[in-house]
Write a new protein. Structure first.
Length: 195
């Protein structure tokens, strides 16, 4: 562990800093050209669900985003396994965004400030991938702890190429048996498929 002790309020203020708001807006407009507005959500139940931003699109879709910022490039994505860690089997431990099933955002926007990159990670896919590979990543890359006042945060630094490959593999869902499509039958002027 490093000797730096983080203050949650200071880190939250840095994370929610309005000085980088134009960069976030430009990023969201590039990703979703049909964006009408991207509204910050800074408190309440939305925050507990892991939602920092609601992006509203012209076609009526609403996309929720958890924004993460890193002040230094380490060549990895720091996957948070526990947002609060006191030790094994401690009831005060809280799952982090890489594992927490109560997080309801659609995406994690993971910005690495000095290299001007933002990884847009679908949360469901990321969590499924972590459940498959988490133990191997913990063994290979080892856990890191960030010291905060009164608790630690538990993380695993996974290099981007490794994470990208695992996400891609998880997107390819395999069938347990051959897929058999129904034979269409004409019923008058209508084509029917019976499963």
């Amino acid at each position: 562990m490093n000797g730096i002790v983080h203050d949650f309020r200071e880190r939250l203020e840095w994370s929610q800093s309005m000085s980088d708001e134009p960069s976030w807006m430009a990023f969201y407009r590039r990703v979703w050209p049909g964006m009408v507005v991207a509204v910050r959500v800074d408190e309440g139940q939305w925050q507990r669900w892991g939602v920092d931003r609601l992006v509203l699109l012209r076609d009526g879709r609403e996309i929720s985003v958890d924004e993460k910022k890193r002040p230094k490039d380490y060549g990895d994505i720091l996957l948070e396994t526990h947002s609060v860690w006191h030790g094994p089997n401690d009831a005060r431990n809280k799952l982090g965004w890489a594992l927490d099933p109560t997080k309801l955002c659609d995406y994690v926007a993971y910005a690495v400030i000095p290299i001007a990159k933002c990884y847009l990670l679908p949360l469901d896919l990321l969590q499924r991938t972590f459940r498959v590979h988490g133990k191997a990543w913990r063994d290979r890359y080892h856990e890191r702890f960030a010291l905060n006042k009164g608790y630690k945060t538990r993380n695993i630094p996974v290099p981007w190429p490794t994470l990208a490959e695992a996400l891609t593999a998880e997107m390819l869902a395999k069938w347990d048996e051959p897929l058999t499509l129904p034979i269409p039958v004409m019923n008058g002027a209508q084509l029917e498929f019976n499963w």
